[in-house]
Design a protein. Sequence first.
Length: 180
Amino acid sequence: MHSHFRIYLLTCIAILGQDRQVGWTTISDKRFKSNIKDDVPGLEFIKKLKPVTYFVDTRMITENLIRNMHDTIKATYRKTDFSESSTIKRTGFLAQDVEGTCQEIGFDFDGVNIPKDKEDLYSLSYAQFVVPLVKAVQEQELKIEELNIEIGKQKQINEEKDRQLNDLLKRIEIIELKLK
């Protein structure tokens, strides 16, 4: 099988006699990591992403993926009816756009799989978007906290101005009563 052939699948596997969906797990043990930096862009990256809807030409992708397979395998795949899978409206990003955004902001992002040759396909690892999304939420939370502090200060200023205004109105009322 061609080294660039990628398998994209959702699977149910039997665990203890029951069918369960199993998510992908990535090893994340601090003991085996080095050069750890807090340099993941959050909002800067996320705000530039362009979510889109699209349709996939599944026949064309399959032709690309099977191009280096044995003719009998190709013949089997070519008998497939792709009409239903090609009419599914999908949501996501365009890998080339994400790559451009990463280049624009200088982000070495492992969520974009860039083709190794002209026949290989771009792909995205959507799970890798979680980390910049978490960073973006953290950045937004800091901004929200700062804004809440500023709102609190403005409320105090407004309350003081209201007290001053009420005091002035009382003084004016007293002066008006004395002038009558």
